[in-house]
Design a protein around this ligand. Structure first.
Ligand code: ADP
Ligand code: MG
Length: 701
């Protein structure tokens, strides 16, 4: 049970002023809240700034420097509305003792401006100063307040990543409202660490990050952000330590693996297993036949062939008479896995079923009944698999495919499902820098798929400046005419989210003019069914060019697609480019990845893209990424998914990971069931960072 004093953090986001049914979808998207999860005040509080605007410069109008952000105190002289039908802006003329200042508004609401800027009154306005015909002006001031309201004008103002349909002002207002609802929570950080680092409390850290009084208050290197990052890391490490302890102390069962199913499956494979696949399978067989529980990490780059290994593991469990569950990060991927797996296990006659939020009503009932009766050997789904109401007859193995959504395993407590001795296999394609593996995954056993399956032809990667995008289109058209298929990835869905990024919608329109209905557009706003439908048509070749935002990044296997175009490649994180590129090069044809970039590139951006051209080794790319990303740039790429989390940023907080790991282990050693005062506070921490499932490991233990 969640302690009641945490309730404010878990309040419905819609309870905040300004957030209603109309804006909620934009918030959900921005905050990365899953379709089936509630959007909570806490999600908003953990939406970290991407920068800061310093409004502290308060010169006289005459001394204000054009191009800078200033806060000016002026008297309102007159309003000049444009003539009816004119497209000229609405102007408000103001002055101080030194000069005139014009405020300029396009598409102005006259009555609103008359109320905001009454003639004869003094107002404080803040925004970017420009010179127009030698007169100082501010177009659309960010803030207009009276002297009495001066406290409402944030002189240091955080800037946030945004999404379509949500303005900076609205977002900031809701964050401020959210802050007001928060209550204090008991401290879970060890006092010596807290004082050595001079960290604020959890609540104060949130307040300071969102309502800063110094510039570094909302930077990843500042104390408040450091603290929040530590909290997040500590909760992950604590969950991991609980899981590990449970697995170590609870004896496992030696499984009677006979080999009959596996033999049939392996014989029917159209390829032979690579040496590292064989080694991984042998590791798993050893784990399963020992009377210890398996907690194994199967690490392998995209396309390394992890699925077959997992299938063999699940077939072994079936030989022992037990069921397996595979959890995928998205619905698309769950369905694709289920289809792949069903084909692979057919020779052994194993029964595979998919279960996601979409299976409803009578269909769901039947599946659940079959599962409980043992009529299903392998159940594939999303995290909903491990929710209440899904009861296996005898669950022997849980396979967790994290793909790139690193950290899913830390949130899971599988103990509550079926046999307490459930074996766990985690598959990850996250190319985590070598230096960080241990701290991310704790002391799990690791099998690594090091070689690519035989016959895989390297993907040729080219860098192309955006002004040559027409040539790329020509090439694509020729490719498609020859029966080829391609992906075209754009960073964002709609115009307006970022000024000059070409949107998938626009790109699709242009491509469709040329290629007709052989193109389709897929993006995050589509429903699961629509996405699946498009993917299915792409997979069967009815669609030649799939224009997409990054929803295709996880999974998706279409071997005939041999061109991957990534537009505005400089806006993607390296790990993400790597995984996108992994979508091609899966078939017989030579594949090409075209990284189309906007010029001019910064030096670092250029080095990053060159890196992509030079290697396909995901682990090398990850190391380089870690080395290259500077403070400014990482924030730009955060939306594309730092493997760590929402708050912690590897470049700034990697050192905290090791500390949090030790801390978690020490805390558990001192207080095994987290019942002390600090233990109770740590329980709150697990709740706040969505790892409360791990607490079931204590209760079950
Ligand atoms: P991952 O999950 O590691 O990204 P997959 O398991 O999806 O990779 O495998 C990618 C592709 O490689 C699949 O089409 C799969 O059938 C194929 N494959 C797997 N193992 C081999 C192998 N040993 N030889 C040839 N192809 C393989
Ligand atoms: Mg896979």
């Amino acid at each position: 049970m969640r302690p009641t004093h945490l309730n404010p953090f878990f309040g419905d986001l819609q309870s905040l002023p300004g957030i209603g049914p109309k804006t909620l979808p934009a918030y959900r998207k921005l905050l990365g809240v899953g379709d089936t999860e509630p959007a909570r005040v806490l999600d908003l509080m953990l939406h970290m700034p991407s920068g800061v605007i310093d409004r502290r410069s308060r010169p006289a109008v005459r001394d204000a420097i054009p191009g800078t952000i200033v806060t000016l105190t002026v008297r309102v002289l007159s309003h000049r509305a444009p003539a009816k039908g004119s497209r000229a802006p609405y102007r408000v003329v103001c002055e101080d003792d030194t000069a005139t200042l014009t405020l300029v508004f396009f598409n102005a609401h006259t009555s609103y401006l008359e109320k905001q800027l009454p003639v004869g009154e003094t107002r404080i306005v803040s925004g970017r100063l420009e010179l127009f015909n030698d007169t100082a002006q501010i177009v659309h001031p960010d803030h207009i307040v009276s002297q009495a309201e001066l406290a409402n004008l944030p002189l240091i103002e955080p800037v946030y990543p945004l999404t379509a349909g949500l303005s900076a002002a609205v977002l900031r207002r809701s964050i401020r409202a959210g802050l007001k609802t928060l209550s204090a929570v008991a401290e879970w950080i060890d006092p010596p660490l807290l004082s050595a680092r001079a960290w604020p409390s959890f609540r104060d850290a949130l307040e300071t990050v969102h309502a800063p009084s110094a510039v570094d208050d909302c930077e990843p290197s500042g104390a408040p952000w450091q603290r929040l990052a530590y909290d997040e890391l500590l909760s992950g490490q604590l969950a991991l330590a609980l899981l590990r302890r449970q697995i170590k102390t609870r004896g496992g069962v030696a499984r009677a693996v006979t080999g009959e199913h596996v033999q049939r499956i392996e014989e029917a494979l159209p390829f032979s297993l690579t040496l590292s696949q064989q080694a991984a399978i042998s590791d798993i067989r050893t784990d399963l036949t020992k009377d210890e529980r398996m907690l194994r990490l199967l690490q392998g780059d995209v396309g390394a062939g992890k699925t077959v290994v997992a299938v063999v593991a699940m077939a072994m469990m079936a030989e022992a008479g037990l069921q397996s569950a595979m959890m995928a990060p998205t619905e698309i991927l769950a369905r694709q896995h289920a289809a792949t797996i069903a084909k692979l296990v057919e020779p052994a006659g194993l029964r595979v079923q998919v279960l996601t939020a979409r299976e409803k009503g009578a269909e769901r009932k039947t599946i659940l009944a079959d599962l409980a009766a043992g009529n299903i050997d392998i159940l594939v789904g999303t995290h909903a698999l491990f929710q209440a109401g899904v009861d296996f007859k005898s669950l022997g193995l849980a396979v967790i495919d994290e793909q790139h959504r690193f950290g899913v395993h830390q949130r899971l407590a599988l103990a509550g499902k079926g046999d307490a001795a459930t074996e766990i296999l985690i598959m990850t394609a996250t190319p985590i820098p070598r230096t960080l593996v241990l701290t991310y995954f704790g002391d799990m056993d690791v099998s690594k798929l090091t070689e690519k399956p035989a016959g895989r032809i390297p993907v040729e990667t080219r860098l192309i400046p955006h002004d040559r995008v027409a040539e790329v289109m020509d090439r694509l058209a020729a490719h498609v005419d020859g029966g080829g298929q391609a992906f075209w990835v754009c960073p964002l869905v709609e115009e307006g989210e970022m000024v000059d990024a070409v949107s998938a919608v626009d790109r699709h329109r242009v491509l469709a003019e040329r290629l007709g209905d052989r193109t389709a557009l897929i993006h995050g706003r589509l429903s699961g069914r629509e996405k699946d439908d498009i993917m299915a048509r792409f997979a069967e070749g009815a669609i030649s060019v799939l224009v997409a935002t990054t929803v295709i990044e996880v999974g998706v296997d279409v071997p005939n697609a041999s061109i991957m175009v990534i537009e505005n490649a400089e806006r993607f994180g390296l790990a993400q480019l790597h995984q996108l590129r992994g979508r091609v090069g899966r078939g017989a044809a030579r594949s090409t990845c075209l990284l189309v970039y906007g010029s001019p590139l910064s030096e670092t951006a250029e080095e990053r893209l060159r890196m992509m051209r030079e290697t396909e080794d995901g682990f090398l790319i990850a190391e380089t990424d870690l080395r290259l990303r500077g403070g400014g740039e990482i924030l730009g790429t955060r939306q594309s998914g730092s493997p760590m989390s929402r708050v912690a940023v590897p470049e700034f907080h990697a050192d905290l990971l090791a500390i949090s790991r030790k801390d978690a282990q020490a805390a558990l050693a001192a207080d095994p069931d987290l019942s002390s005062k600090r233990g109770q506070a740590l329980r709150s921490l697990l709740h706040l960072f969505e790892r409360a499932e791990a607490l079931r490991l204590i209760e079950a233990g």
